[in-house]
Design a protein around this ligand. Structure first.
Ligand SMILES: *Cc1c(COP(=O)(O)O)cnc(C)c1O
Length: 502
């Protein structure tokens, strides 16, 4: 199976090239040229497999230049039970909110307590194998700009991965205290972490500049290094996310919540549109999905896009209590548009160019209608998010984080307005302990909240009678290793200095 760029169909590469390169040379994103189709009996087969078995099947169908042994090794290492606490890294938790049944898909049992682990635990394995096939004898330098969760998950995934070095840049005042602590204490010989004076966009722009800095690229090449990317535009991050939708469906069948062939709705707290796009690929592969419910926080650019067909990032940016969804340019929407226009690379290029130059674009009426028949958008602000955390916990006994709460609130409104009671899979994307301060504020009824992050974590645990994830608890005793802070324009020098290339 080959992959081509969303903005140039003639730009065609193999699976391993798509993963090694990350982004297409014309600036587009790689998409598969065919989408494998599963029948209900294929899905029935999956009900008898464990998560690793399901992942092997799906990855093998997309990565045809990987051998079965290679895929086996990647999947088995990534989803080992030591890493995710059990042999099901993506368990369902059956909850009720008012009289609404919510099947919560908990995607945060990995080493960094956020759903990014589902992809970033396997990406390093896929990437090192892809590099060995396409650029042997080179060492990969992975650069990551992060608003918190991606950086830590990438560090943890790439730590001591042979043939790689990883550097993470984060905005000095733009991440939660726990997220900062997670990154600055990171272990591993091949990792470095650097704070940027500026916001997330400054860090992201800095990384993008480095990726296209010819002089810098050449200097690295002389020393047998090449740049690569671990952010969610890489196909190697999207593909592993398709697996948990099939897995959740198989579990619902096994637990007799649905019958094989029944439709489900999915609800996804969305930022970059990667997670919800993975569910759309699952649908195209034959998973019976009725509606995709796209939940946003106050940065509701996607809600407006789904209802109007116009994407407009010229609007205020809000720093919310669900920071991993504070985003105005959802990169993976580009892949979705490519598929929704029946693979029209010209249109996608036109819209993406308009987005870059004017900050907005409008899709044609036909595409807008098509999107609306499948997708529903909704959003909620911080107040509603906290109310939802409070009610879901204090009335119904389930503790969730701020991102998940946005999804719960949007879903509850959806059911109330439409009456659609199709069984649901609702993604829970982070452990509440990653955002202890906001979660405590939501459930504490005015009680004083300690300032120290670990005191907050302990209070949350004693108040809710839930367990602190072990990797978060362990941070308290870890030494801070990285204290660098630089201006965004000093990032190239930081890279060279870290590599010992002057
Ligand atoms: C990254 C992230 C999201 C958004 O996921 P996308 O794939 O970017 O839409 C939601 N919640 C949490 C906790 C995240 O870390």
């Amino acid at each position: 199976m080959k992959y081509n760029s969303t903005t140039d169909k003639n730009n065609v590469v193999s699976a391993s090239q798509a993963i090694a390169q990350g982004i297409a040379s014309d600036g587009g994103l790689f998409v598969p040229q065919e989408i494998p189709m599963y029948t209900l009996s294929d899905i029935e087969e999956m009900t008898k497999m464990d998560y690793v078995g399901r992942a092997k099947k799906i990855l093998a169908d997309y990565l045809d230049d990987f051998s079965a042994d290679e895929i086996d090794e990647c999947v088995t290492k990534a989803y080992a039970s030591e890493k995710f606490g059990s042999n099901n890294p993506a368990p369902l938790s059956y909850q009720k909110y008012d009289d609404i049944d919510i099947n919560v898909l908990e995607l945060w049992h990995g080493p960094t307590s956020a759903f990014k682990d589902m992809a970033l635990q396997i990406l390093p394995h896929l990437l090192t194998k892809s590099l060995a096939k396409t650029a042997p004898n080179k060492e990969a330098v992975i650069l990551v700009a992060t608003s918190g969760d991606t950086g830590k998950a990438a560090l943890e995934g790439f730590k001591d991965a042979a043939g790689t070095k990883i550097m993470v840049f984060y905005p000095v005042d733009g991440v939660s205290p726990m997220q900062k602590r997670q990154m600055t204490t990171q272990e591993g010989e091949n990792v470095s972490v650097c704070a940027i004076r500026g916001n997330f966009d400054d860090a992201q722009t800095g990384v993008k500049k480095i990726f296209t800095d010819k002089a810098l690229i050449d200097k690295l090449a002389e020393n047998d290094y090449l740049f690569s990317s671990a952010n969610s535009i890489n196909w190697g991050r999207l593909l592993p996310q398709i697996v948990y939708y099939f897995s959740a469906y198989a579990e619902l069948v096994n637990d007799e919540k649905i019958a094989l062939g029944d439709k489900i709705n999915v609800v996804v707290p969305t930022g970059n549109f990667g997670n919800i796009l993975a569910s759309y690929y699952a649908f195209r592969m034959g998973l019976p999905i009725n509606k995709f419910i796209c939940a946003s926080n106050a940065n509701n650019v996607l809600t407006d896009f789904i209802s109007s067909g116009t994407y407009d990032k010229n609007r205020s940016f809000y720093a919310t209590i669900s920071p991993s969804m504070d985003i105005l340019v959802s990169s993976n929407l580009e892949r979705f548009l490519y598929h929704m226009t029946n693979e029209n690379d010209k249109k996608v290029k036109e819209w993406m160019t308009s987005l870059k130059t004017t900050g907005s674009y409008s899709v044609d009426d036909e595409t807008a209608e098509k999107i609306k028949t499948l997708f529903v958008g909704g959003f909620c602000d911080d107040e509603k998010t906290k109310e939802t955390i409070d009610e879901f916990f204090n009335k119904y006994g389930y503790l969730c984080d701020t991102h998940t709460a946005v999804a719960v609130n949007v879903y509850k409104n959806y059911v109330e307005t439409t009456g659609d009671r199709t069984p649901v899979v609702l993604d829970s994307t982070a452990s509440p302990y990653k955002f202890s301060g906001s979660v405590l504020e939501a459930i504490a009824n005015g009680e004083t909240i300690p300032e120290d992050e670990f005191a907050m974590v302990d209070l949350l645990s004693s108040k809710t009678n839930t367990e602190v994830p072990k990797p978060l608890a362990a941070l308290k005793d870890k030494q801070i290793r990285f204290t660098n802070v630089v201006n965004a324009d000093e990032m190239p020098q930081f890279v060279l200095k870290t590599l010992g290339v002057e």
